[in-house]
Write a protein that binds this ligand. Structure first.
Ligand code: 13P
Length: 250
């Protein structure tokens, strides 16, 4: 049985004060009521030290929104996996579509970031997904497969034993347009089947999350689909009540 996980991706939002408040609320409720599946929060880098203090000894997992493709050296602006480890980060999002589309991160660069995370024991949350144009041209599966293949070429399919995949159709991110349960399920099943063709045990244990306008009122339907093992939540993770409602919907 795969343990479900819901991860908040705060993106570039909040202040030190608002993030303290949000983390404290999450922590308090999870301390009181426990959680169904796992819960994680990927906060902006500068809030990581504070988040680490607030989440100390909480089951809520701390994560970053990216990780460097190199281990150390002259890479201005990058943060290494080791640095994140030092601050008790457990998760690192890689290949988010905003990184791919707005900052030109290629499949190969994402694969290198993924590799760094794996090598240092961080759990990469590898985001894959198609744009609206790609979907309309019938290229959804090819797009996702190319994104996965770059990672397999670099790290092998076995690396997925310590990773999470998030399917995030770009057209559903921040648009309020959610994929239907069936649209999501179809791609999740495609991903799992592809991997099963190489290694069945890896495919069976792999958690594949859905992301893209997940809200308290659609979470339950999405999470009830086979092959959907939780969610990667953007906007709705910025409000404690909404995020927790989603977390408790698994
Ligand atoms: P929204 O939930 O705001 O659509 O964002 C999804 C996302 O990009 C999570 O990584």
């Amino acid at each position: 049985m795969r343990r479900s996980i819901v991860i908040g991706n705060w993106k570039m939002n909040g202040t030190l004060e608002s993030s303290r408040d949000l983390l404290q609320k999450l922590r308090n409720r999870v301390d009181r009521e426990g959680s169904r599946g796992e819960i994680g929060v990927c906060v902006p880098y500068v809030f990581i030290p504070e988040a680490r203090e607030i989440l100390n000894r909480s089951p809520i997992l701390l994560g970053s929104q990216n990780v460097a493709d190199q281990s150390s050296g002259a890479y201005t602006g990058e943060i290494s996996a080791r640095m994140l480890q030092e601050f008790d980060c457990r998760l690192a999002i890689v290949g988010h579509s905003e990184r791919r589309l707005l900052y030109g991160e290629s499949n190969e660069l994402v694969a290198a970031r993924f590799r760094q995370a794996i090598d240092s024991g961080l759990v990469p949350v590898l985001c894959v997904g198609e744009t609206l144009e790609q979907r309309e041209r019938g290229e959804t599966f090819d797009t996702v497969l190319a994104q996965l293949n770059a990672v397999f070429a670099r790290s092998g399919v076995q690396s997925l034993l310590n990773a999470i995949i998030a399917y995030e159709p770009v057209w559903a991110i921040g648009t309020g347009k959610t994929a239907t349960g069936e649209q999501a399920r179809e791609v999740h099943a495609f991903i799992r089947n592809k991997i099963a063709g190489i290694d069945e045990a890896v495919a069976e244990g792999l958690r594949i999350l859905y992301g893209g306008s997940v809200k308290p009122d659609n979470a339950r339907d999405l999470f009830s689909m086979p092959d959907i093992d939780g969610g990667l939540i953007g906007g709705a993770s910025l409000d404690a009540e909404s995020f927790l409602t989603i977390c408790y919907s698994v």
